[in-house]
Design a protein around this ligand. Structure first.
Ligand code: TYD
Length: 222
């Protein structure tokens, strides 16, 4: 690899209706504007096999296996997603913007699903190892506001496996994401997702510029 810098890996995390998908698209556009090559992806999913597992999990089909079974399915999907999509892109020098990643397993299956933190972290060591994100943006808002937004987005359709959980579950999620950010401040930044979309976009961009210097990285590629 002569002169080709490895890309950077950015994840967006948070509860339901935090606006991660919208902000992932906006961040992708901003990164392209400075001249970077970007792969935008999501979890669960992001590779053909992982997308199949997404259907299995979000339909509720895997619910009888419990939080352990679901954590293993998310992990299997993540292995494929890393191998097929994320790592090859980073090696090509592309920047990867991913809507949810391993912190969602810590929050949903760990904190909210009551799996022991050691079990979740050892699974993460096996699946992710040293291939974790360079920057994680935690989009934070009160769960009531997030669920309302998720309901509006969905329209008449039914809530998916996790949206259908009660408010207490979503409050635990919020706390869990904030705890992760507090424990790993060098990797994570908390973004106030209750603000209007344009302001959230600007806050995210200021954070990405300060932490990862995308314009500098783009110049180094020229
Ligand atoms: P999705 O429709 O992508 O929801 P959102 O817009 O909220 O990201 O559905 C993903 C769901 O899967 C979401 O409820 C969070 C959950 N999830 C986990 O429980 N564990 C995980 O490791 C991941 C990646 C997602």
């Amino acid at each position: 690899m002569t002169g080709l810098q490895r890309g950077r890996f950015i994840t967006l995390e948070g509860g339901e209706g935090a606006g991660k998908s919208v902000q992932a698209r906006r961040l992708e556009a901003r990164l392209r504007t400075v001249g970077l090559d970007v792969v935008r992806t999501r979890e669960p999913g992001g590779s053909p096999h992982a997308e199949e597992l997404r259907e299995v999990i979000l339909s509720g089909f895997a619910r009888p296996f419990g939080a352990e079974g679901e954590a293993l399915l998310f992990a299997a999907a993540r292995i494929d997603h890393l191998d097929v999509t994320i790592l090859p892109a980073l090696e090509r020098g592309q920047w990867v913007v991913c809507d949810r990643f391993a912190d969602s397993t810590r929050a949903y299956q760990g904190a909210a699903g009551n799996l022991p933190v050691e079990a979740i972290l050892s699974l993460e060591r096996i699946v992710v190892g040293t291939n974790g994100p360079d920057l994680t943006l935690v989009l934070d808002l009160p769960p009531e506001a997030g669920l309302e937004r998720a309901g509006l987005r969905r329209g008449q359709g039914g809530a998916d496996r996790f949206e259908a959980e009660e408010i207490g579950f979503h409050s635990i999620l919020r706390r869990a994401f904030l705890d992760i950010a507090a424990q790993e401040p060098q990797r994570c930044a908390v973004i106030d997702a209750l603000k209007p979309e344009d302001e959230v976009e600007a806050d995210i961009w200021a954070t990405v510029e300060a932490r990862l210097d995308p314009a500098g990285a783009a110049r180094a590629r020229e």
